[in-house]
Design a protein around this ligand. Structure first.
Ligand code: SF4
Length: 342
């Protein structure tokens, strides 16, 4: 590379730049390279791992992360890691989940203000009121919630396993209805795939609720033949207008398996960039909505987090113990064969 300021230290990061060259302009790499090098050195020195959600920007996702994926995959990796320190490149509820699964490890979030509109939509007290209103019905809680909400729940779910979890808990409790919180749209989309009746809450993802069925028609008009993949946090009419709906991991797997010539991922902006890196021959149409919470996590903040061991995420042990029961129950549920094959 002929960029001014090129140094031997930067040369060490060239192979990493090779991974993201299709989505990170060469002129930006000198800004990222020193932080990438410093973060990767500090991880080794401090026995730390970085868990990065699919919505992280490519220089985080491909250049400093040790494990990447959706909430479910990151929770599984957190439960397995031998590292002393976990840096959660994601939002706060994900870091809480890691702390609940790994109470003896130091769990850091690079920006403690990285929240989530779904997690902010409901409290543990709200769940207790729901249980009073619907006695005997199990509570299925999306992982995008705080620890005190998980602690009041029977089982957690993610968008990749929600149908399986709903059917599993309904069977176990011998009921035909479950309470599913807090994402109204995810609950409605799940209800369409099962005979179990679902009582919902009014939470919404501020990123996915903005997509409309008219957007999908516009993508198809402007990009003939495009395959539309939508996240189930989108409104049901968006999911109905898409060719496939699934979690971020399911969307990524769909692209790898079906290899559409042209695809649009109806979800957060960075997702397409991260998947496109793996499939340079596929055309990605990239209209998208940014998650302002995910975008609080940057390379400089990750570096600062590792240097200073901040911001440490703590969960009240009594709440953590009860929340862990609902997370462990989720991790034990097997995916449904009819959905795993999608
Ligand atoms: S994309 Fe939506 S669900 Fe995910 S963290 Fe952002 S606001 Fe929450």
């Amino acid at each position: 590379m002929g960029t001014p300021g090129y140094t031997p230290k930067r040369a060490a990061t060239d192979p990493l730049y090779g991974k993201v060259a299709s989505v990170v302009p060469e002129i930006e790499w000198p800004v990222f390279a020193p932080d990438v090098a410093a973060i990767n050195a500090l991880k080794r020195e401090k026995n730390a791992v970085i868990l990065a959600h699919n919505y992280m920007t490519p220089e985080i996702f491909h250049c400093v992360a040790d494990f990447v994926g959706d909430s479910l995959q990151l929770a599984r990796e957190a439960a397995k890691t031998n590292a002393k320190i976990i840096v959660q490149a994601g939002v706060h509820f994900m870091a809480e989940t890691s702390k609940i699964l790994c109470p003896d490890k130091t769990v850091l979030i690079p920006d403690p203000l990285a929240g989530c509109s779904l997690a902010a939509s409901i409290t543990g007290a709200d769940v207790r009121l729901l249980k009073q209103k619907y006695p005997g019905l199990p509570v299925v809680t999306y992982v995008n919630t705080s620890a005190d909400v998980k602690a009041e729940s029977d089982v957690c779910c993610t968008s990749s396993n929600a149908v399986a979890v709903v059917e599993d808990i309904a069977r176990e409790k011998g009921v035909d209805t479950v309470i599913m919180i807090p994402d109204e749209y995810l609950a409605q989309n799940v209800a369409k795939q099962t005979d179990v009746k679902v009582i919902t809450w009014k939470g919404r993802c501020e990123v996915h609720e903005r997509f409309t069925a008219a957007d999908i028609r516009a993508f198809r008009d402007a990009h003939p033949g495009v395959v539309v993949l939508a996240h189930p946090e989108c409104p049901p009419e968006v999911v109905a207008a898409a060719d496939f709906a699934g979690s971020t991991s399911a969307m990524s797997n769909y692209v790898g398996k079906h290899r559409p010539a042209r695809v649009v991922m109806v979800t957060e902006c960075s997702m397409s960039d991260n998947v496109a890196v793996e499939h340079p021959d596929i055309e990605f149409v990239r209209p998208c909505n940014l998650c302002p919470h995910m975008k609080r996590i940057t390379l400089p903040k990750i570096l600062h987090s590792l240097q200073t061991l901040t911001h440490e995420v703590r969960v009240d042990p009594e709440i953590a113990a009860r929340a862990r029961v609902s997370i462990d129950r989720m991790l034990a549920v097997r995916p449904l064969a009819r959905l795993a094959a999608a």
